[in-house]
Design a protein around this ligand. Structure first.
Ligand code: SF4
Length: 163
C-alpha cells in the first residue's frame, strides 16, 4: 500500500509531545490563506512511498515518543495512514494526527467511510480544523489559530495541550 507524501522529518519537537517522526502527506483542497505548507496542496505533487518502507524508517528512529501525521490533509489518504498508525502503536509509540476537518465532520464521515473510522481509531490525538488567518495565535501549543483544537480521542474530549 502506498502513501503520497511531501516528505518526512525524522526528529521534530514542534509537531506534538516529545521527539517525533513526522509524515507530511501530500494533497489538501482547503487552500487556507496563510497556510505554512502550500507545497503540500497539489495532490499530484510530492512522491509515493510504500507504508512498509515508512514503518521501517520509524522502527530505526531512536528515542522518539511517537509519530505525527501532518500535511497536507491526512484524511484524504486514510487507509494507508490507518494501517501505518496501527503498526506504530504496536511499537508502543503514540500517534498525533493534524487535520483541516473538524472532529465533528470526521465523526460524520466515519459513519460512511471505514478508513476514516480506522484512522481516527489509530490516532491518540487529533489537532483539528483549518488554519484561519484572522484567528491566528502563535501562543497556542501545536496550533496556528484559535479555532483549532486538541482532541484526546481516548477520552473523547477537547484538551488544552498534548502530553
Ligand atoms: S488545512 Fe492545513 S495544509 Fe490544508 S490549506 Fe489549511 S493549513 Fe494548509
Amino acid at each position: 500500500m502506498e502513501l503520497r507524501i511531501a516528505g518526512i522529518t525524522e526528529e521534530s519537537v514542534v509537531d506534538g509531545p516529545g521527539l517525533r517522526f513526522v509524515v507530511f502527506v501530500q494533497g489538501c483542497r482547503r487552500r487556507c490563506p496563510g497556510c505554512q505548507n502550500e507545497d503540500t496542496w497539489d495532490p499530484a505533487g510530492g512522491y509515493a512511498v510504500a507504508v512498509t518502507e515508512l514503518l521501517e524508517q520509524i522502527k530505526h528512529a531512536r528515542l522518539i515518543k511517537g509519530v505525527t501525521f501532518s500535511g497536507g490533509e491526512p484524511f484524504l489518504q486514510p487507509a494507508p495512514l490507518a494501517w501505518l498508525g496501527r503498526q506504530v502503536k504496536k511499537l508502543g509509540l503514540d500517534v498525533v494526527t493534524f487535520t483541516g476537518y473538524t472532529w465533528e465532520e470526521l465523526l460524520s464521515l466515519a459513519q460512511e467511510n471505514r478508513a476514516v473510522k480506522e484512522l481516527l481509531e489509530a490516532s491518540d490525538y487529533l489537532v483539528d480544523g483549518p488554519f484561519i488567518l484572522s484567528e491566528r495565535d502563535l501562543s497556542l501549543p501545536f496550533r496556528g489559530s484559535r479555532n483549532q483544537r486538541i482532541i484526546d480521542l481516548h477520552k473523547e474530549r477537547v484538551v488544552e495541550d498534548l502530553d
